[in-house]
Design a protein around this ligand. Structure first.
Ligand code: P6P
Length: 339
């Protein structure tokens, strides 16, 4: 790519900052800290097979899930970077039961929720994994940040993004002015704008769900899965089934190509498996900014009022027409038989 055409993440953030009348550079400083942490985690992910950071850390996270070593390393790196930014008052991490109040920064105006390394069960088998982040502004009426300040609806996010450590390392984010994707050029260690103004297709031919849980799904979900598998050339069915078991990888493919990702309630996970604050909300903000849709099956994800920092939510997310069809069947499973 000719030098003149390279737009780095840094440049893009500064250019976007000028679009906000009250911008003072603080959000940009948070993004720079995320970018630095991402490059360090990327370095460790890329060499994971070569040094002793594969396998389990021996601990468990707030959900009783085994922590892989890279989970813990990524968590430490992002918390340190966000704390050093000087703009973040508190970090909520999937890996920590309690919020991390940043010492000396309790009055700063930003709150960051993060899944430092999502899909970590795929680390040892070299499948794509990723980082997800969600940024809120503190409610102005509170002097010192509180847990209540963190429990904001997803529609109040000021920014959200993810990093996918896949065949290439990409950072995709939104601040409410559309969705843009940046690919890491290893040769210059810069994230370069590669996917400007991402718009997700209104429909698609891919459905993503763990069908191993089929027996546990609500009837409406079963009806929609059966609908996806029916032969009907006029509606491009059967759809393709694609499920990597790494939210970011499944979401990113569907965002670019069209499709629907679902993690419904099951017997084992009656509220779904994915966490609202640092998985569902950031992905919902991104998909809506890209023209897609995200629902719990009952309401818009971004309208859910959190009551717990680590609460889970069912999620149906992706191309609008596919999500709408799924919701129609969730409420009327009987119609699946006729079309
Ligand atoms: P299951 C990874 O552990 C994760 O949180 C998401 O990245 C992924 O979409 C989901 O869980 C996979 O869950 O139950 O299908 O293995």
């Amino acid at each position: 790519m000719p030098f003149a055409e390279i737009i780095t993440l840094e440049q893009f953030i500064v250019d976007q900052q000028s679009l906000y009348k009250d911008a003072d550079g603080s959000l940009s400083r948070i993004f720079r800290s995320i970018e630095l942490a991402t490059k360090i985690v990327n370095r460790d992910v890329r060499k994971a097979g070569l040094v002793d950071i594969l396998g389990n850390h021996g601990g468990t996270n707030t959900h009783g899930e085994e922590q892989k070593k890279l989970d813990v390393i990524a968590n430490d790196i992002f918390i340190a970077a966000l704390s050093k930014s000087g703009e973040v008052s508190v970090v909520i991490s999937e890996e920590n039961d309690d919020p991390i109040f940043v010492e000396g920064a309790e009055e700063e105006k930003y709150i960051v929720a993060i899944d430092p390394l999502d899909g970590s069960s795929n680390i040892d088998v070299n499948a794509s994994i990723g980082t997800i982040f969600s940024i809120y502004r503190r409610p102005s009426n509170s002097k010192m940040v509180t847990v209540e300040d963190c429990l904001q609806k997803g529609k109040h996010q000021v920014a959200a993004g993810y990093v996918i450590y896949g065949s290439s390392t990409m950072l995709v984010y939104t601040t409410g002015l559309g969705v843009n994707g940046f690919t890491l050029d290893d040769s210059i260690q810069e994230f370069c704008l590669s996917h400007p103004n991402i718009q997700t297709p209104t429909t698609g031919k891919v459905f993503s769900i763990n069908e191993g849980n089929y027996a546990d799904f609500p009837d409406g979900v079963k009806a929609y899965i059966d609908y996806c598998k029916e032969k009907d050339a006029s509606t491009n069915r059967p759809y393709g089934a694609r499920y990597i078991g790494s939210l970011i990888a499944d979401f990113h493919r569907n965002l670019l190509k069209g499709g629907i990702f679902m993690y419904p309630p099951t017997e084992k996970t009656p509220k779904g498996k994915l966490r609202l604050m640092y998985e569902c909300n950031p992905m919902a903000f991104i998909v809506e900014q890209a023209g897609g849709m995200a629902s719990t099956g009952v309401e818009r994800i971004l309208d859910v009022k959190p009551t717990d920092l680590h609460q889970r939510a069912p999620i149906f997310i992706g191309s609008t027409e596919m999500v709408e069809k799924a919701l129609e069947m969730l409420n009327h499973p009987e119609i699946a038989v006729t079309n």
